[in-house]
Design a protein around this ligand. Structure first.
Ligand SMILES: Cc1cc2nc3c(=O)[nH]c(=O)nc-3n(C[C@H](O)[C@H](O)[C@H](O)COP(=O)(O)OP(=O)(O)OC[C@H]3O[C@@H](n4cnc5c(N)ncnc54)[C@H](O)[C@@H]3O)c2cc1C
Length: 246
């Protein structure tokens, strides 16, 4: 039996974004079935779910992509970052941050081997830094898979800067997936922690580049602090009060 979901409980969670009639028709056409072959609980509110099936085998997986996962008849999709695809492309992994307020978070907390879901994708999303370069990845609890998809565990996460609610908890999680040298900075509601992040990111010069992912508000603020640059790529993964960004 799984531990209870991080608050709020299922009955209090917001309804979330649900697709309309036309969107549901499109999703039905594009969606392919996938099944869960393995579930791995990481330290803290994180779960890795391995998927397999024809949709997985036929796809061309690559770093920084996105895929939409569909969990029930509502056909409401949630976007996740594939990583850990095998050489034969017969399996792919997704790492869920269990924030406890949504459909996807709840599904991943409760899912077991043999369960099924729908898969749409993969599609291009962000170009993450390649391992061993001077490029950096900024993100948060939702960006761990992005780092892994780019092979940043090869250099123990040295090219990653993550903001987090629970710094020591996230460090444990990162160590469990091979990103133990990543910088982790405590998130503050007033965003004052980004002043600490900025000098770390300043290392990524215009020619080297930076990928900003995770919380839309942090990305916006950091982008403003650094000024416009062609070498900065951004992709918001979630935004307070919004559901199911793609
Ligand atoms: C391109 C892309 C790639 C992504 N990759 C990953 C990934 O690999 N791993 C991952 O964990 N997430 C990833 N995300 C983020 C994930 O899609 C969102 O967190 C999504 O909202 C989760 O769906 P849900 O059903 O749990 O919550 P929703 O029903 O979508 O949202 C319910 C409420 O929870 C809030 N919320 C959503 N996410 C968070 C959060 N992380 N922390 C706090 N509050 C939150 C929302 O603002 C909303 O108020 C990615 C998003 C995008 C766009």
């Amino acid at each position: 039996m799984n531990a209870p979901l991080p608050a709020p409980a299922r009955e209090n969670r917001p309804e979330g974004r649900r697709p309309g009639l036309i969107e549901r028709g499109l999703i039905r056409k594009m969606m392919q079935p996938a099944h869960v072959t393995r579930v791995e609980r990481l330290p803290g509110p994180f779960v890795i779910v391995d998927l397999a099936g024809p949709a997985v085998e036929g796809a061309h997986w690559g770093p920084g992509q996105r895929a939409s996962l569909i969990f029930d008849q509502s056909l409401a999709g949630r976007t996740y970052t594939p990583f850990g695809w095998s050489r034969r492309a017969d399996g792919v992994r997704f790492l869920f941050h269990i924030h406890g307020k949504g459909l996807a978070s709840e599904w991943a907390w409760e899912v077991g081997k043999g369960a099924t879901c729908g898969l749409v994708g993969p599609a291009a999303s962000i170009d993450p830094p390649a391992a061993g370069t001077a490029r950096l990845l900024f993100g948060d609890e939702t960006s761990i898979a992005t780092a892994l998809s780019a092979g940043l565990d090869e250099t123990r996460g040295r090219q990653c800067v993550f903001e987090a609610d629970d710094v020591s908890g996230l460090r444990q999680t990162l160590a469990a997936v091979g990103l133990q040298d990543a910088h982790v900075i405590a998130r503050r509601a007033d965003m004052a922690h980004l002043a600490e992040v900025q000098p770390l990111l300043a290392r990524a010069g215009a020619e080297d580049g930076l990928a900003l992912t995770g919380n839309a508000r942090s990305i916006q603020r950091l982008h403003r602090m650094r000024g416009p640059s062609f070498a900065v790529r951004t992709k918001a993964y979630w935004s307070q009060g919004k559901s199911g960004l793609t």
